[in-house]
Each structure stands twice: as C-alpha cells, then as structure tokens.
Design a protein around this ligand. Structure first.
Ligand SMILES: [Zn+2]
Length: 305
C-alpha cells in the first residue's frame, strides 16, 4: 500500500505539471464536451485539475494498492478498471477524455467524447482515483511519449524541433539501422500490436533517418520540416484526420494536397497505440521503481477508433 498523496506529490514533481500552467488542449476540450451536457465538471473533478487540466482528476481513498495504466478513457478501459480494481486504486492516463480519430479502414471518429456519467459515478462510489497528464508527458525528457517510441525502435535521437518554452522538442529526429518501408511497417505493427498502419507517401528502399511524433502528427508543416531535416520516414499516431466534422475534413484535404509531393514514407500507427507505448514501457517501470507498487496495463480493445 502506498499513500495516494505520496504518489500524487511525486507525479506532480516528476512531470512538473505546475510549471506548465493550464494545459492548452484540455483547458478547451473539457469545457467544450461537458458544458453542453450541463454537467458540472468543476465540482466533480479536483479543484487543481479544473485549473491545470493535468494532475489528480478524481480523488478516491487514501491508500493505493494497484496502479492501472491506459492512454484514453474508453468504455472498455473504464469497465476493466472499475471491475478489476480494489478501493483506492489509481488509474493513470495520458488523456482525460476519449478522442476518436477514426479508423482508416473503417468508421470515422467523433473527435472528443466525454466520460459517460455512469463511469464517473461508479469510480466515485468505489473510491477510485484518476490522474492524467497530457502536455508535460509529451515533452518529458526521460518519460516522454515520443521518447518511448524512439527507445522501442532502438532509434538514436540526433535532433528535434518544435521546442516549448523550456527548449524541449516535441518532434524527434532519429537515426535507425537501415531499413526499407515494408520492413519498417512490419516492425511498427509488431511493436505497437496493431493490425495495420495508415500509410501515405513514398515506398523507399533505404530509410535511416526518421521523425517521431506520438499522437496527432497530421500537420503538413511538421512533415515538411521533417523532410527538410533529412527524414525519410515520418512516424506518428495519425497521418490523417479521420474525424467526421468540418475540422476533420479540412485537415484531411490539406494532407491529400501534400501527399503527392512528399519524399517521405508517412506512417500512422493510431493515436491510441502511439501513446499507449509509454505506459507499457517507461511509466510502468517508473511506478514500479518509485513505489514497489503493482501495475496493471489496460490496453484498448481497438486501437483504430
Ligand atoms: Zn494524444
């Protein structure tokens, strides 16, 4: 058993959540999905979370026996957490909301989706805790979402771009052992445990420099910059936005206009799988090493959704 306050204190300091201030994404998305439902999220979520949109979101009992790790609060993830946990257990996630980005071989996504109230009530009733960390985890110099991908691919980080105010880069430029597009796709399917990738661009015989950005890397400017810096492959969660709204269709058409001109292989492994990797590797070890606590991984039933 470890005290929740001890875990929260150590997470807050390791992830440095206070210095980041209010999360630029979720400070907009959380009100945007809950306010139209007349759901009083400011009284359900912890006070500090309602300001930072990172950190302890739901506070349960004082003692934690197991830490569960997931990337998004999908219904299957929440069901398993509620069923398999003991009172006081903690769910650590990268996102406080589900984001459906769409399946390149299937249905379009709905974008941001709130946690259904019945799950919030069930977690409260069982006195469970939830902690989420978005931007500070993406930029973290040792536990970062893109750094986890680089490590898993045995890629050597040689450069980066899109720095924040702390001069930490969001996108990593890496060298890998020479491969080709087909082999690289097979490796990615294996490492991310996904049935298929989303692919655009050129089929290359020699790839030694890659750009890595976990999550939604579907921005043409970021791809152009990777190309300028010598990347032959661009690996991200989403190379296309498959969200069924105006924003999604606008992003999709911008990408389609760029694709014929790119010199790179553009490979998407799904937003979910690209950011679940850090949970399976670096964050799992961090919890186990920091607290000698039991961890439980909660992979999603579907990565492309
Ligand atoms: Zn993300």
């Amino acid at each position: 058993m470890v005290l929740l306050d001890q875990i929260v204190h150590q997470l807050n300091s390791e992830l440095d959540i206070h210095s980041y201030g209010s999360d630029p994404g979720f400070s907009r998305f959380i009100p945007a999905v809950y306010d139209p439902l007349q759901f009083d999220w400011t009284s359900v979520f912890e006070n500090e979370f309602a300001q930072l949109f990172n950190g302890l979101m739901l506070r349960g009992s004082a003692e934690v026996e197991n830490v569960f790790l997931a990337v998004f609060p999908t219904e299957d993830v929440l069901t398993r957490f509620i069923d398999e946990s003991k009172e006081g257990d903690l769910l650590f996630m990268h996102h406080p909301l589900l984001m459906e980005c769409g399946d390149p071989n299937g249905k379009s996504g709905r974008g941001f989706v709130p946690i259904p109230e019945k799950y919030l009530l069930a977690m409260k009733k069982k006195r469970l805790s939830v902690y989420t960390c978005h931007e500070p985890l993406d930029y973290h110099q040792r536990l970062g979402t893109s750094i986890a991908i680089a490590q898993t691919l045995h890629a050597k980080i040689v450069d980066g771009y899109l720095p924040n105010e702390k001069n930490q880069n969001l996108i990593l430029l890496c060298e890998i052992q020479k491969t080709d597009t087909d082999q690289l796709i097979e490796t990615l399917k294996d490492k991310f445990c996904i049935p298929y990738v989303d692919f655009e661009g050129k089929q290359l015989e020699s790839i030694e420099t890659i750009a890595i950005i976990a999550g939604c890397g579907d921005k043409v400017d970021w791809m152009k910059e990777a190309e300028k810096k010598g990347a032959q492959a661009y690996i991200t969660g989403e190379i296309h936005c498959h969200i069924d709204n105006e924003y999604g269709r606008m992003k999709y058409s911008q990408m389609l206009a760029y694709v014929p001109n790119t010199t790179m292989s553009l490979i998407g492994v799904s937003h979910s799988a690209s950011e679940y990797l850090v949970m399976r590797t670096l964050m799992k070890s961090w919890f186990e090493d920091s607290f000698s606590i039991q961890t439980v991984l909660l992979p999603q039933e579907q990565w492309w959704l």
